[in-house]
Design a protein around this ligand. Sequence first.
Ligand code: HEM
Length: 430
Amino acid sequence: MSGEAVLTGDLARRVIDPHAYAAWGGLLDTFDHIRDTMPVAKVEPDAPGLFDPFWLVTRYDDVMRISKDNATFLNNPRPVVFSFNQAIEFSRAATGSNMLVDSLVVFDAPIHPKYRKLTQEWFMPRNLAQLEDELRALAARTVDRMIEQGPELDFVKQVSGPYPLRVVMQILGVPPEDEPRMQMLTQQLFGGQDKDLSGSGMDRMTPEQVVQLVAGAVRNFEDYFAGIAEDRRRNPTDDVASVIANALVDGQPLPPRDMAGYYIIVATAGHDTTSASTAGAMQALAHDPEQWARVRADRSLLPGIVEEAIRWTTPVQHFMRTAAEDVELGGQQVKAGDWLMMNYVAANHDPAQFPDPRRFDAARSPNRHLAFGAGAHQCLGLHLARLEMKILFEALLDRVAAVEPAGDAQRASSTFVGGLKTLPLRVRAA
Ligand code: HEM
């Protein structure tokens, strides 16, 4: 016997079923069971050829190790997020690459650091400080509007969704009237599996239907950002859109596909993720009025709320890597070329790292979660995400005396970027 831990049948299906991710408690139970019994497990398809088997990694320490060892665990050439084989074949036929979009998350060294360096400084706290006043004004407007429309509201639709969307669109030079288009395209790209978010109206799409939807979204994004880039080459400003439009790598401008990929990753990575963490924190606080009152009285608790929100929600639920060489992981023999899923939801609920992991604990310390990943690909926008959330919560704490649930919240059906898609709340203005 080889001793290989293999996951098949119902458990395997739950790991890749978008609907399982909408039922959060059950999903966490599944991951607890898998982490306890086979922390590094080979997930095999029910039907041959459906998808390539992959190693599911659920322990915090193992996910951290993979994230930080960028020489052994590569983002290329296999898709960075879980994909069915039909989707990979479609992408190869359409673009010549396994991935529909070439962007930072797809590249490895030596290309990745060159591309990352182009915008790294822009996303550092020192540069972001110049956005603070604008963010404060936007947060205040968003919360004022919420209170006018209250006392009952859908927090995702009215607050946590539109606020980070405007921030990202602003740094990319997208005018407010184009936001609905950007929002729809992002959700097609990330949440293509959720009928409400993708606009498809289809509950269970085939992998081919999903990939058609994603490919259409990518083309639409590419056309749109070609116009923005052209404008920023002629009239550069200090926004990130101008940095990308005028960037040189090895003395050459970015090829059109890479430039489009750069815009797409920034346009899509930053808003539904931040929205999901913000909404998750609000949900936790709505169920715990004492914690809301405590943090209103003591704002030093706010950074803890933000960090715990990001861990507790873990909106980016997984990324994939491919082993460059044979390696032993969690007692399993991973072979060169094997595909691995770093499951951030499972890792961020590993009780060996986070005592009582399902509890929302603003005072959790240490809280070295993996929601932003780690290593060379660690989230480029993590300082922006934290800053946006902190500023929004300051505005909410200033203006909202009490908050409580006003109905059942719903989560998106998505294996990749997930989280609340509705959060009915009742608020009492301060
Ligand atoms: C990468 C999570 C917000 C831009 C990532 C990764 C994760 C992540 C898990 C991959 C890390 C890895 O492979 O090790 C999140 C979460 C966010 C958030 C949970 C909000 C709570 C943002 C924002 C932006 C952004 C606001 C920018 C506007 C990016 C980019 C990458 C990335 C460009 C690719 C980095 C690379 O491959 O070098 N993010 N993100 N993210 N994120 Fe975020």
